[in-house]
Design a protein around this ligand. Structure first.
Ligand code: ATP
Length: 357
């Protein structure tokens, strides 16, 4: 068993930065788990604390039944792959892969055999005598993975595993990594600030902010049902629209516009209550003519994204002080309005959410 359990895990760096703030997290045995969040939210610190490269200031980390909180990295049975791969430039691929076995004092013949076996699994057999400088970025990444795999650790920890690869290689490496993790079935935690990568790869995702976890869920859960406005604004290739609103009977008032109250909010909200209305740009339809139950505003920016365009409108949100929100809507090719046009955006039924924060 190699589930990872963290309880009230805290890391305060010298100088007082609280990078992890009494964090609780359960990673299931065999899971491919992503730590996602903006720069500085504590992802790398959390990964390094699981690895034992940082000492926790409080709380605990268990791997399976073992309390590893105070164990040094070498005793935790984890392998970490660093963002820059950290290969030894003067050693061959074979020696790089075999290095952790050498540290463990495995004899030379067994080392060479195991390195060859792992290299074979990762399609590196033809490259064993090369040095890292003679490899592509993608090949270097595979060598780093092979080095991590050679010891058959209980847990893999990957720090931004794809960030050093160009866009095309990254897609290829993503598929490769996902397949490899499935085949090996080893509990794997990876750090990324790229929400698309987390959604594509992970079984579950923890979204972090300020040393805390704001939501844990499957990609579908965090995408469809963000737990709060922070996650709603963070997940999705274009963030969710978040607009201030007030309950008016069975409608929601946004400025002078009225939207139907989502079905699942009936009975859950009180008349006059202020809420945040959230809907993805993909789940709004644009209309150049007036429609009931729609928000209206002036088109300010039209961004061409290839087969679709992202249209931003300034929507008046408050009758009293003239406030406005920027609302984005995805519009099919050929149907784009021009900046300066007045347009209406209609939420699709069952696709909007309400938040109290
Ligand atoms: P990024 O995506 O930019 O790598 P991150 O989410 O991985 O960010 P961390 O690197 O874990 O964030 O940093 C969390 C916080 O701890 C930040 O405020 C950072 O400045 C601080 N921090 C990280 N390492 C140290 C250190 N060695 N000493 C002091 N503060 C640190």
């Amino acid at each position: 068993m190699s589930a990872i359990t963290m309880r009230e895990l805290t890391k305060v760096y010298p100088g007082g930065v609280r990078a992890l703030d009494a964090l609780d997290l359960d990673i299931v045995d065999g899971e491919f788990f992503a730590l996602l969040g903006p720069s500085g939210c504590g992802k790398t610190t959390l990964l390094r604390t699981i690895a034992g490269l940082e000492v926790a200031s409080g709380g605990s980390v268990h791997i399976g039944e073992r309390n590893v909180t105070n164990l040094p990295p070498g005793k935790r049975d984890v392998a970490m792959v660093f963002q820059d791969y950290a290969l030894f430039p003067h050693m061959t691929v074979q020696d790089n892969i075999a290095y952790p076995l050498r540290i463990k004092k495995v004899d030379r013949r067994e080392r060479t055999g195991k390195a060859a076996e792992t290299a074979d699994e990762l399609g590196l057999s033809a490259l064993l005598q090369r040095r890292p400088g003679q490899l592509s970025g993608g090949q270097q990444q595979r060598v780093a993975l092979a080095r991590a795999m050679a010891c058959h650790p209980q847990v893999f920890l990957l720090d931004e595993p794809l960030s050093n690869l160009d866009a095309r290689l990254r897609l290829e490496a993503r598929t490769f990594l996902k397949r490899l993790q499935r085949e090996l079935g080893v509990t794997t935690v990876f750090v990324t600030h790229d929400q698309a990568e987390a959604l594509a790869l992970a079984d579950r995702i923890a979204v972090m902010e300020g040393g805390r976890i704001r939501q844990v869920g499957t990609p579908t859960e965090v995408f469809r049902r963000p737990a709060n406005t922070f996650v709603a604004g963070f997940i999705g290739s274009t963030p969710m629209n978040l607009v201030g609103t007030r309950v008016r009977g069975d409608e929601l008032a946004v400025g002078a516009a009225r939207l139907p109250l989502p079905d699942d909010a009936r009975g859950q909200v009180t008349d006059g209550e202020r809420l945040v209305y959230a809907v993805r740009p993909e789940y709004l339809d644009y209309s150049p003519t007036q429609v009931a139950g729609a928000l209206s505003g002036q088109v300010v920016v039209v961004e061409n994204l290839g087969s679709v365009s992202l249209v931003s409108l300034d929507v008046p949100t408050d009758d009293t002080d003239g406030g406005a929100s920027s609302v984005q809507v995805v519009v099919a090719e050929g149907r784009e309005p021009d900046p300066g046009d007045t347009g209406w955006v209609v939420p699709r039924p069952g696709r909007s959410l309400l938040y109290r924060d």
